[in-house]
Design a protein around this ligand. Structure first.
Ligand code: FNR
Ligand code: 536
Length: 509
């Protein structure tokens, strides 16, 4: 009999994936357990459903139940049964699965006995190759002793635990934070991007997120920013995505519109706004309020047509990101760029349905997210980076971020990437190690959504503690990754973790 208390303990201990194996009448035991699991809504918990029973009719019922009422916060990954299954350190051959299917639960029990002997058996993300597309039906089963075994195992995820979101598995919790390289021409990626990003996949990152990539030419921060507003920008990014994946990283990309902070010079040339004569362009924003300082350009307040066009730009860029082979898409709604300008009352003084109330200020981001989710496949994760606070009285506050994250989650967002600031010049930011981590913690706790922590994370133990402490599901490192492409490999050494070097480097690591 499945024991919800053991499951709860396993989840509370940090289980990320649980294979539930059903060996008896599932309808009798499954529904209450599922209903109960649904109440838990742990964002880090994704359930891998596996077929282990001969009773197809019962399986089908269970599948229908799942499809109709997927428990909130629980992602169910389904695959066709008759393929080899990687289970911990084992591969279960199709023949064994077929035997289990055809002979009832005895075989399955034997298999579970084997699994029970393996610590790895309690958490094993399924690779997309095995996950495949959504199967027509899924089943799962519950083995009492397996569940009990889970309860006894220490499941606390750490920096080097894999993480599965939808059908994508990160080999560890370390990501390269998106970072502009200001090195593109006409938004097209080149050798710099290939080598820079590729090196960080080779260095062991679980996730590599390509820099803010503009959805329209006027949405670039600088003339050197990447873009995805045209089909000819896809191929060089596709080469990069392919390389990242070949070297074990999840290939991510951030799509962005810089709003009133667009049309700036490259940072190593001062970073100030460029006039049209200097190669800049007119900027757009919710209201005609300049950022100030070196970015004094007064943006044009967007019309309804501009707003709808930007939404379409994001959708088109998302399609191109998919065509380029990216597996992780992030919408940039932080750092004072366009979405952030709509969100914050400090930059949005509109009086139409895109300004004023919280509902109105969040409308553009929420509508765009919904539209993007329609073209971004169900099996791939969608993240949103926000500035969790403006660091300014009267500005965007953490309670706003929590309310926004709830709405984004309802529109299919899987992870909130929690940064802060960048909206106004005179913000007082208290920068210190891990200074934004509490935002990731509060949003994770308050919304039951996966989060990424970013900002001044430099040390392996610090990063590991963020994950172990349940403040975030992923840590993103920015500048530290610019200093050390091999940070994950070095962190693994510090933490006594084994990681597999690229075969070319086997003699050194
Ligand atoms: C950034 N950052 C950034 N953020 C973002 O969302 N999109 C981007 O394209 C960039 N570009 C960028 C370029 C450079 C050179 C730096 C240093 C930073 C912010 C970055 O992702 C990260 O959030 C911050 O740097 C804080 O993290 P670290 O650097 O303290 O680890
Ligand atoms: C850091 N930056 C962020 C950029 C590019 C410039 C540097 C971006 O998001 N594209 C930053 C962090 C926090 C707030 C503002 C800026």
């Amino acid at each position: 009999m499945a024991d919800p208390i053991s499951i709860r303990r396993a989840i509370q201990d940090g289980a990320t994936d649980i294979t539930v194996v059903m060996t008896h009448n599932p309808d009798f035991r499954l529904k209450p357990v599922l209903r109960w699991l649904g109440k838990l809504a742990y964002p880090e918990f994704s359930m891998v459903a596996r077929v282990w029973t001969a009773r197809q009719n019962v399986n089908y019922n269970a599948a229908l139940y799942l499809m109709k009422q997927p428990p909130p916060g629980i992602r169910i990954q389904v695959f066709r049964p008759l393929r080899p299954l990687p289970v911990g350190s084992f591969t279960v051959a199709p023949k064994q699965i077929a035997t289990a299917l055809n002979s009832g639960h005895n075989e399955a029990l034997q298999q579970m006995e084997t699994l029970r002997g393996s610590r790895g058996a309690v958490r094993y993300p399924v690779s997309p190759a095995v996950g495949g597309e959504r199967a027509a039906a899924c089943t799962f089963s519950i083995s009492a002793y397996f569940i009990r075994a889970m309860g006894k195992t220490n499941f606390v995820p750490h920096l080097f635990s894999p993480l599965t979101i939808r059908s994508v598995t990160l080999r560890n919790r370390i990501g390269v934070s998106p970072m502009c390289q200001y090195s593109a021409t006409d938004g097209v990626a080149n050798e710099w991007h290939y080598v820079h990003l590729g090196a960080r996949a080779v260095g062991g990152a679980g996730l590599v997120i390509v820099e803010a990539t503009a959805v329209a030419p006027e949405g670039r921060i600088t003339p050197g920013c990447l873009g995805l507003w045209s089909d000819h920008q896809v191929e060089p990014l596709a080469r990069i995505a392919k390389f990242l994946k070949e070297h074990g990283a999840v290939a991510g990309i951030q799509i962005a519109h810089a709003g009133r902070k667009a049309s700036a010079d490259l940072p190593w040339r001062g970073g100030a706004h460029l006039s049209v004569a200097q190669g800049g362009w007119p900027t757009l924003a919710p209201s005609a309020i300049p950022f100030g300082g070196d970015l004094p350009k007064v943006p044009r307040a967007m019309t309804k047509a501009d707003i709808l066009r930007v939404q379409d730009n994001f959708v088109a860029a998302a399609r191109r990101a998919l065509a380029a082979g990216f597996q992780w898409l992030e919408l940039h709604a932080a750092h004072g760029y366009l979405f952030n300008e709509f969100l914050s009352p400090l930059a949005n003084h509109r009086t139409d349905k895109y300004g004023g109330s919280f509902e109105n200020r969040t409308r553009l981001l929420l509508d765009t997210t919904r539209a993007v989710r329609q073209v971004w496949p169900d099996h791939l994760p969608l993240a949103v980076r926000i500035s969790a606070i403006d660091w300014m009285p009267g500005g965007w506050q953490i309670r706003d971020s929590i309310a926004l994250a709830k709405r984004l989650k309802a529109r299919g967002v899987d992870l909130m990437d929690c940064s802060s600031g960048g909206l106004v010049l005179d913000a007082k930011i208290e920068v210190k190690p891990g200074y934004q981590v509490p935002f990731a913690g509060e949003i994770r706790q308050g919304v039951n959504i996966a989060t990424a922590a970013v900002g001044f994370i430099t040390d392996a133990k610090q990063a590991d503690e963020i994950i172990r402490g349940g403040q975030a599901d992923v840590v993103l490192l920015g500048r530290q990754f610019l200093a050390d492409a091999y940070w994950p490999a070095h962190a693994a050494k510090t933490l006594g973790q084994k990681i597999t070097p690229p075969k070319q480097y086997l003699r050194a690591w």
